[in-house]
Design a protein around this ligand. Structure first.
Ligand SMILES: NC(=O)c1ccc[n+]([C@@H]2O[C@H](COP(=O)([O-])OP(=O)(O)OC[C@H]3O[C@@H](n4cnc5c(N)ncnc54)[C@H](O)[C@@H]3O)[C@@H](O)[C@H]2O)c1
Length: 468
């Protein structure tokens, strides 16, 4: 077995993860392959216009690309060349048939497993990097190890898959990724923990050790946690569900704060001072977005239902409902504050990415708010330093939306600014200048509670916050 590594799937997970693995393992060849040629071309672009924005990523790619990190569309060649195969393909929520709207769509993952089986010529360790429903590894094992047709027979039959099958053994591990977009490089370099789950067999133990060795070059031993494969698969879903649940919990309190005169930031500060609770992920706001939380919680709901755990399914479904409600509440409050009519008013959305420091707009709360405003016939203008390309694509079906790189131009003539993403420079903008260019009365809805509300009020703005 050789030490080369390939990751199938060159997305938000595959690219940064393998870049850091290559950086920290200069003696290993690391390949990242994808069926999307455009994406691979961007990873290989001479001017480093990478397909995703992530602070610090370009520097790592500059250091390792062409040294021991290679991006390619040659999946067959990479599978043949590497004995450790990470799979980081997308696993979106299934939108059709059984489990529609909740279960994971595993078609990309299964297609990848079949490709690995087709191309492999010797034993392989297959590592699930994608987030998958618990027990997916069993399905993978069945696909990979299931049908062992002797090579000689395949050759005799002129089988297109001749040359594979006989005696090749695949060990499937789960190594879910806990990085967060926006801090991916830091999270990869200094992870709270790395989780590797595998079968409790000799082959499983050897495979786990092979993957531990990759991380042990920079992650302290005590942070590399090993479990059985089912625990690893379930832990990733459970961890995201816990994080999402904290966001929904504080947002549920935010509504009560608005109704009673309490201040959610004060409440959160004091709740978080309890060592049992801790201060992180207690920030009220527009609700969570991103490609993972909603999808993974829905997946957990589906799993609970599948195992007859209906009360648990309901419990987790509440986390999603609360999140959706939060965005509806933003528009309802705006509606009330703007004299119960929004038609033909201009509203500028400051920020469209689902959080700061990323251009990712998957499941972004700003998308939901933009659509709710469009239903009210608002003239929406969107500004964002990194996400305008994705915003244009996401809202292509809406005609009354314009896109503006410059925040000052976006606010010109607007009745309201809704701050949706906590980009660091927004509080430092010249809000006097913004106020002067807006229609009066000018309103700012700061859904991230990151602007100096008292200062804005002094300028003349009407100000709305979440949870105050
Ligand atoms: N984005 C995150 O922050 C994050 C964090 C933790 C876990 N994850 C998980 O990682 C997985 C990937 O997420 P992502 O955000 O990187 O998705 P992504 O859509 O950005 O990337 C997936 C890539 O896989 C490629 N692909 C699909 N089928 C393929 C095939 N058969 N062969 C080769 N390539 C194929 C796609 O072309 C795409 O480029 C998901 O399961 C997700 O839940 C994501």
């Amino acid at each position: 077995m050789n030490r080369n590594i390939v990751c199938i799937g060159a997305g938000y997970i595959g690219g940064p993860t393998m870049a850091v693995i290559a950086k920290m393992n200069p003696d290993r060849k690391v390949m990242v392959v994808d069926i999307n040629a455009e994406r691979i071309a961007a990873w290989n672009s001479e001017d480093y216009s990478l397909p995703i924005y992530e602070p610090g990523l370009v520097d790592v790619v500059k250091e390792v690309r062409g040294r021991n990190l290679f991006f390619s569309t040659d999946i067959e060649g990479a599978v043949k060349e590497c004995d450790i195969i990470f799979v980081g393909v997308n696993t979106p929520t299934k939108m059709f048939g059984r489990g529609a709207g909740r279960a994971s769509d595993l078609q990309y993952w299964e297609a990848t497993a079949r490709e690995i089986k087709r191309f492999a010529e010797c034993d392989k360790i297959v590592v699930e990097k994608s987030t998958l429903p618990v027990r997916t590894a069993a399905a993978m094992e069945a696909i990979l190890n299931g049908e062992r047709i002797p090579r000689a027979k395949r050759v005799a039959q002129g089988d297109a898959l001749a040359g594979v099958g006989s005696g090749i053994s695949f060990t499937v591990l789960s190594n879910p990724e806990f990085l967060a977009e926006g801090t991916a490089i830091k999270d990869l370099l200094e992870p709270d923990r790395v989780l590797i789950g595998g079968p409790q067999t000799d082959a499983g133990a050897k495979a786990i050790q092979a993957v531990v060795d990759i991380y042990a070059t920079w992650v302290p031993q005590e942070r590399i946690l090993t479990t059985n494969v089912w625990s690893a698969e379930l832990t990733k879903l459970a961890a995201n569900a816990f994080l999402a649940q904290r966001v929904s919990s504080i947002n549920a309190i935010a509504g009560l704060c608005e109704a009673t005169g309490a201040d959610v930031d004060e409440v959160a500060r004091v709740i978080g001072a309890d060592g049992r609770i801790g201060p992180k992920f207690l920030k009220a706001g527009p609700g969570f977005g991103g490609s993972c939380f909603k999808k993974d919680v829905l997946n957990l709901v589906y799993l609970c239902e599948s195992f007859g755990l209906h009360t648990a399914a309901e419990y987790w479904m509440g986390v999603i409902r609360m999140n959706q409600h939060q965005q509806e509440r933003i528009v309802s409050r705006l509606f009330a504050a703007m004299f119960n009519t929004l038609a033909n008013k201009k509203i500028a959305l400051f920020g469209f990415a689902f959080k700061a420091d990323t251009g990712d707009t998957r499941e972004t709360p700003a998308g939901t708010v933009a659509r709710l405003l469009a239903e009210e016939h608002v003239r929406v203008t969107i500004t964002d330093p990194k996400a305008l390309v994705n915003a244009r694509r996401d809202l292509a079906d809406l005609s009354d939306v314009t896109y503006e790189e410059d925040e000052y131009k976006a606010a010109e003539g607007a009745d309201a600014v809704i701050l949706m993403t906590d980009w660091r420079h927004y509080p430092t903008l010249d809000w006097n200048r913004i106020y002067d260019s807006m229609r009066k009365p000018a309103l700012v809805f700061d859904t991230r509670n990151c602007l100096a509300a008292a200062e804005l009020r002094k300028i003349g703005f009407r100000v709305l916050n979440v949870g105050k």
